[in-house]
Ligand binder design. Structure first.
Ligand code: 5GP
Length: 142
């Protein structure tokens, strides 16, 4: 077993959080930012990122998990409702061996429709479509 490297603030989501890179935002408060994945595995694929810097679940402060998971739940509800989904797949990967590619803690929220498979990885979504789904999700926040 190897120990995880330290958090690197130059990761893509760190840059998005600091406003150095753009994103299609659907939710933001003092705890979390949620935005659309640009390589969606399903229409409406949304990412939820905490503002506290952490590589993954294991180096995130336990005392901050409650408030952050409350945001994950709130975004998940808006994604399900906005995308009129039948269900949700929620994923969280840790380290390369666990499938993680961006080393700032995040949860994937994937709205699922009965019988519809995931799309292949690594295929960029069309910007206009991503904006349309983001709009539906934003309108679903009460
Ligand atoms: P991981 O495997 O680390 O859990 O997933 C990282 C996710 O970030 C992938 O689903 C990937 O499509 C997404 N991603 C990578 N680069 C960018 C980017 O620049 N902007 C956005 N919005 N998503 C990204």
């Amino acid at each position: 077993m190897t120990s995880a490297p330290a958090y690197d603030p130059q990761n893509i989501f760190g840059k998005i959080l600091r406003g150095e890179l753009p994103c299609v935002k659907v939710f933001e408060d003092d705890v979390a930012l949620a935005f659309m994945d640009i390589f969606p595995r399903v229409d409406g694929h949304t990412l939820v990122v905490p503002k506290i810097p952490a590589r993954g679940l294991l180096d995130f402060p336990a005392s901050a998990l409650g408030p952050f998971m409350e945001r994950v739940q709130r975004v998940a509800a808006a994604v399900k409702s906005g995308m009129k989904a039948d269900g949700l797949t929620i994923q969280q990967f840790n380290e390369s061996a666990g499938g993680q590619m961006v080393f700032h803690l995040h949860f994937h929220i994937l709205p699922r429709h009965e019988g519809a498979p995931l799309m292949p990885p690594g295929v960029a979504g069309a910007n206009a479509e991503i904006e349309t789904y983001a709009d539906k999700i934003r309108r679903a926040f009460a």
